[in-house]
Design a protein around this ligand. Structure first.
Ligand SMILES: Cc1cc2nc3c(=O)[nH]c(=O)nc-3n(C[C@H](O)[C@H](O)[C@H](O)COP(=O)(O)OP(=O)(O)OC[C@H]3O[C@@H](n4cnc5c(N)ncnc54)[C@H](O)[C@@H]3O)c2cc1C
Ligand code: SF4
Length: 438
């Protein structure tokens, strides 16, 4: 058993932990990062290993060895969540994510008050913890801007200091300058989506992505290889924390990363002050790090687990849980997808980054009628006030095709707030269904 001392220990070196490691290291603090997974390199993703990364989901947590359970309320039996959408290696989820790079909309910061204003107070369930943010979009704008430029995000501005620009998202909050990189090239799905939605009066725009459309910061541009989500990038064009912020943290000389380190507890003293963490090393040893500052960035499930596991006489219900709220009101990663099948064309959905799509933000599910859209069949549109899973859901999955419309469809990935009706359409390649690594 070893004990080390440091200024800061960061538990979980993913998206949040990696950024903090770089920033705190630059500020002169000695930082130790504990990461349960390995630190992979760009070379590990070349050649593309579909069996390892796509079929066996090697970059995600192993749910057989470490299941995470969920129950809708205290009276229900907990069941294991079947797929874990987060990281299991240095860089966390950003290594294998889709790299869609949103800023929140202005009304997202007022989710509670805006929902009440639009739908009335009964729209929010009695026990919902939905709250407005204590910040506004304008407060965060400088930080969004900095993140986009430091990481490398491709897109087109739609609202430059109040000036609306066609081709960008005209519904976005004002931004000080354009993205550092132009949008990625259009793929077949985006071309169809752009044309169809424009025809219907919508305002399509290129989905912003943390993927380099051009060389940037000594990294090459995307090759449109298609092995993107679920894979790490074999050329380093995906702006993951693994290849952006972790090298910055290394360069400070103040950062030490311990991989294969599974944190099991946050330690505290009798005064209630946190003193460090306990972790199992790769050799199974049980070790301690004493630190002035403990930062938990293990994503929502493990943050919850660690807080609840860290019981003491002072904190009998776990740390930061005097309210009994830890582990409740969680919201994670939702990925509702619908795929479309075209009888008369090949869309080749397998080509290019999975996030190489177009989006509309003025989609209004209240007025949605698949016959109006015509080109949509088999779409599942879920709409609800922000933060309310299970808001009004209209599933058009089994609707018959509109008269005269062949076996077409479109996939709708929705992320809807009362005024933000966005849908990314994913389109499938061939008659007979999506063959993308089926
Ligand atoms: C397949 C996929 C696609 C996605 N697509 C997008 C997208 O297009 N756009 C977008 O914005 N977001 C996307 N996301 C979500 C995004 O990746 C996450 O929101 C983000 O990575 C969360 O950051 P985090 O720091 O909270 O957690 P993570 O980045 O997951 O980092 C948590 C880290 O903690 C480590 N850890 C956990 N428990 C312990 C422990 N006990 N001890 C030590 N280490 C531990 C994990 O191994 C991991 O490295 C996607 C995620 C996935 C998985
Ligand atoms: S599609 Fe582009 S960003 Fe994605 S893995 Fe391939 S080269 Fe990298």
């Amino acid at each position: 058993m070893a004990t080390e001392k440091t200024d800061v220990v960061i538990v979980g070196v993913g998206a949040a932990g990696g950024i903090l490691a770089a920033e705190l290291g630059k500020a002169g603090m000695k930082v130790i990062g504990l990461e349960r997974g390995p630190r992979l390199t760009t070379q590990d993703f070349d050649p593309h290993d579909e069996l390892r990364y796509f079929q066996r989901q090697d970059l995600r947590p192993n749910i057989k060895r470490q299941p995470i359970t969920w129950r809708p309320n205290a009276n229900a039996s907990a069941t294991a969540i079947p797929v874990q959408n987060y990281g299991n290696q240095a860089g966390g989820g950003t290594v294998h994510y889709g790299a869609v790079s949103w800023r929140l909309h202005e009304d997202d910061f007022r989710a509670r008050s805006h929902t009440i204003a639009r739908y009335g107070a009964p729209a929010i369930p009695e026990h919902s913890s939905l709250a407005d943010w204590p910040l506004s979009s304008a407060d965060l704008e400088p930080y969004y801007d900095r993140a986009e430029y430091e990481l490398g995000v491709s897109g087109r501005a739609g609202n430059l200091q109040g000036k609306k620009i066609d081709g960008g998202n005209v519904f976005e909050a004002p931004r000080r300058r354009d993205y550092p990189l132009p949008p990625l090239r259009l793929d077949q799905g985006a071309i169809l989506f752009e044309a169809a939605t424009r025809k219907l009066g919508y305002h399509p725009f290129s989905t912003p992505r943390a993927i380099l459309s051009e060389p940037y910061n000594d990294r090459p541009a995307c090759t449109y290889c298609g092995f993107c989500q679920a894979f790490g990038c074999h050329v380093g064009a995906k702006s993951s924390i693994l290849i952006t912020k972790l090298p910055e943290a290394d360069a400070t000389g103040n950062f030490k990363l311990i991989t294969g380190a599974m944190c099991h507890s946050v330690n505290s003293d009798n005064s209630g002050r946190v003193t460090g963490v306990g972790y199992y090393g790769p050799d199974g040893s049980n070790n301690t790090i004493e630190a002035e500052l403990v930062i938990l960035t293990t994503f929502i499930y493990d943050n919850t687990r660690l807080l609840l596991l860290s019981k003491s006489d002072t904190f009998p219900n776990g740390l930061a849980n005097s309210s009994g709220q830890v582990g409740k009101h969680l919201m994670a990663h939702m990925m509702p997808n619908v795929y479309a099948v075209f009888d008369d064309r090949h869309v080749n959905n397998y080509m290019g980054p999975s996030a190489q799509k177009h989006t509309i933000d003025d989609f209004n599910a209240d007025n949605f009628d698949h016959k109006d859209l015509g080109f949509i069949r088999g779409a599942q549109i879920s709409a609800g006030p922000a933060g309310l899973e299970g808001g009004p859901i209209a599933s058009a999955m089994n609707m018959p095709p509109p008269p005269g419309v062949p076996r077409w469809g479109a996939g709708s990935r929705t992320c809807l707030t009362p005024t933000r009706r966005s849908t990314s359409i994913l389109m499938c390649a061939t008659p007979g269904g999506c063959r993308r690594r089926a």
